[in-house]
Ligand binder design. Structure first.
Ligand code: PLP
Length: 372
């Protein structure tokens, strides 16, 4: 069979299958619309303003970012409704945030401690418009986030009283869904996380505090399970590309939209195939447990049961399965589905968007490296 024409690109290079990506975007948007919630996609997965604009064009209400640097780039590209779902700490960043708040139509930022409330109020008090605050609530993923219930209400009260700040609502990321051992466990995590958020929002309201936005989401939960009435917003990120780890959960690689095109550069033994894509092209990311558990360091798109079992900075390799009759001569190009899409994107200056075998578009990954 003839190779598609995008195989003429030099390697390693980042490819997105546009049909697959559009299908992924559309189905999450439909899910949000059916549940009557806003979709605020987390753009950490693609770090690409052009894709963020596609998400908005399909119906997303705004975007989520993890970093101030991403928010600044997205804002300069015209994205005007941004949630920084993270804690912003330190005088340099607070000053940048103040400047950003002046030029973005709708900006919100996360807090999970009185420290953040005090610091943010300190820089925002004299500003013409208050900054929206979303309280980061921990519903089972031991990362950032204040405990749900009373601790959240107490923090919300502080925000409510703080000059320069406006309480918008609460958000959580049930990242523990990645580690669940069964699909039923993913669903249970989703329900429990949403239940805690809804109870906390009720408690806030009965204490006279606003909870206009109740924002949830992780891709595993949203792929497998529903959205409870009362939730107002979902923030999936990885759903745009759906990597090899998400494919374990789905039981199919048919939705994986992101690949790295690599070249076979050596065949040192009859079975070993060495590619020019190592940790600097695919990352070393391995999810070590749960329904999204990785095996190896990425899968061949054309033969997904073959995974890269060895990797160093500039190389990766696999052995041709005995008796398969497959051939991978030196010079052959192969698409590899990365284990984890988000850090892989961050390794590339551009994404080649391909359809029916040809390059249709080239997007600069403008937020690449904007981790400050
Ligand atoms: C705060 C927050 N919201 C949403 C997401 C999106 O999660 P996922 O990529 O599983 O959809 C993340 C991912 O890390 C996150 O940290």
């Amino acid at each position: 069979m003839k190779d598609p024409s995008f195989f003429e690109l030099d390697t390693p290079t980042l490819i997105v299958d546009l049909d697959r990506m559009e299908r992924n975007l559309k189905s999450m948007q439909e899910k949000a619309c059916l549940a009557g919630v806003r979709l605020r996609p987390h753009t950490k997965t693609h770090r690409t303003p052009a894709i963020a604009k596609m998400q908005l064009a399909m119906g997303a209400s705004g975007i989520t970012v993890a970093k101030l640097g991403e928010a600044e780039i997205m804002a300069s590209e015209g994205l005007d409704d941004i949630l920084i779902a993270n804690e912003i700490v330190g005088p340099i960043k607070l000053e940048r945030l103040r400047t950003l708040a002046r030029r973005v139509g709708r900006l919100a930022v996360g807090v999970d401690h009185p420290f953040h409330v005090q610091a943010l109020s300190g820089v925002m008090a004299a500003e013409p418009r208050p900054l929206d605050i979303m309280i980061d609530v921990e519903t089972g993923d031991p990362r950032t986030g204040i405990h749900p219930g009373k601790p959240t209400v107490e923090l919300a009260r502080l925000v409510d009283k703080a000059p320069g700040l406006r309480l918008r609502g609460i958000y959580t990321h049930d990242g523990q869904s990645y580690d669940a051992e069964t699909l039923d466990e993913v669903r249970a995590i989703n329900r429990q996380s949403q239940g805690l958020m809804l109870e906390t929002a009720d408690l806030m309201r009965s204490s006279g505090l606003a909870a206009e936005e109740i924002s949830i989401g992780s891709t595993p939960s949203l792929l497998l399970d529903g959205i409870e009435p009362g939730i107002t917003e979902i923030r999936p990120g990885t759903y745009v590309f759906l990597d090899a780890d998400q494919a374990q959960l789905l039981g199919t690689y048919a939705f994986c939209a992101q690949t790295v095109l690599a070249t076979v550069i050596s065949r040192p033994t009859p079975e070993r195939v060495v590619l020019d894509a190592g940790t600097k092209a695919l990352t070393y990311y391995v999810q070590d447990k749960g329904v999204t558990r990785s095996t190896g360091h990425g899968r061949l798109k054309a033969h997904p049961d073959i995974f890269l079992d060895k990797m160093s900075d500039e190389h990766s390799s696999f052995d041709i399965p005995e008796g398969s009759g497959l051939e991978f001569p030196i010079g052959r190009k192969l698409e590899v589905i990365p284990n984890h899409a988000c850090p892989t994107t961050n390794l590339y200056d551009v994404i080649y968007g391909v359809r029916s075998g040809s390059v249709e578009t080239v997007w600069p990954v403008l937020c690449r490296g904007k981790s400050q």
